[in-house]
Write a protein that binds this ligand. Sequence first.
Ligand code: NAD
Ligand code: WQD
Length: 340
Amino acid sequence: MKVLVTGGTGYIGSHTSVVLLEQNYEVVIVDNLCNSKEMVVDRIQAITGKRPVFYRCDLRDEARLEEIFRAERPDAVIHFAGLKAVGESPKVPLKYYDNNLSSTLTLLRVMEAFGVRNLVFSSSATVYGDRATPPLREDAPLVFSATNPYGFTKIMIEQILTDYCKANPSFNAVLLRYFNPVGAHESGTMGEDPSGIPNNLAPYITQTLVGKREKLHIFGNDYPTPDGTCIRDYIHVMDLAKGHMAAIGLFERGGCGLKVYNLGTGHGFSVLEVVNAFSRAAGKPVPYVIDGRREGDLPESYADCEKAYREMGWKAEKTLDDMCRDALRWQEKNPNGYAE
Ligand code: NAD
Ligand code: WQD
């Protein structure tokens, strides 16, 4: 089976491409490199011994995307491409709505034109907003309550795909709601490479541990949680990657219509527990200070992952210690990420 991976040189797309190639899928990556480097293709090849086909292309360029589909004739698409910086999105909302929504609409039109009927979409736990109580289940009613334009793009794309599936009963769409992806490929040659100051916890900690940042700022320790810091469901990026293969398996078993799955571990860890796990991995303490709360943070978020196991046979296997060890190995081997 040939899988076209949009955003395939990005963090999650690159790890998923490795898993797909190792399982003998053909992989075609389409990415405009707005948040990744072409060098990632070499790293994927170094790990797997196979080179994915790569096209530098903005998904909103419909004519070019048609050319790619004409040349490649994929059987399925995994759609990772999108802008994802939660904090940036309220400052440049049009950029987020245009990039994320227009890319998806263009992709769907081209898929329709070429009769490609299998799509996996990168959604996010952010769609649960702040009204559902953890453990979060897929059937929780979604209120239109994201706290930022990025989150709204995920809610809107889920709705677009729901409506599209209703109108096209032979179309298969698997919406995967990721919780908090962390970690890196265990070789230490591929990982997360945020540009500028990291927004997310794990890369901020690894950059602190290699001396690129002075100390971690913990955003609040007065939440109603056991140690006062926020709780999240961290999932190893390689487990997440395998979740996408499980979704492709649904297509191979004859189609599934519209499906929605959480990808998490089902366990929550506090910020301080993550800090301690990184300290264990590094063999030295993570320097930190307690700061005020960050706007928009929920006290607690973790998944109910039973449905993904029941229907796809997928569950996360790696531990928090695995995530910290692999994230740190990547950072130590590549202190400046994929810098040329
Ligand atoms: P990433 O930024 O590393 O990867 C996204 C890739 O998409 C980048 O390589 C970027 O260059 C590419 N891209 C963006 N817009 C494009 C366009 N118009 N045309 C072509 N390529 C384009 O992000 P990631 O962490 O790998 O996330 C992948 C997907 O998963 C995103 O949709 C993101 O919203 C979603 N997601 C991520 C997280 C997370 O914490 N990392 C959590 C939940 C959901
Ligand atoms: C985790 C915890 C912070 C940085 C985000 C998006 C979500 C999804 C995953 C895309 C929180 C604390 C963080 C720091 C800290 N992405 N923290 N100091 O906010 O749970 O989720 O990424 O869909 O939509 O919102 O992840 O890694 O930013 O934060 O104390 O420097 O770490 O307050 O409690 P978050 P995160």
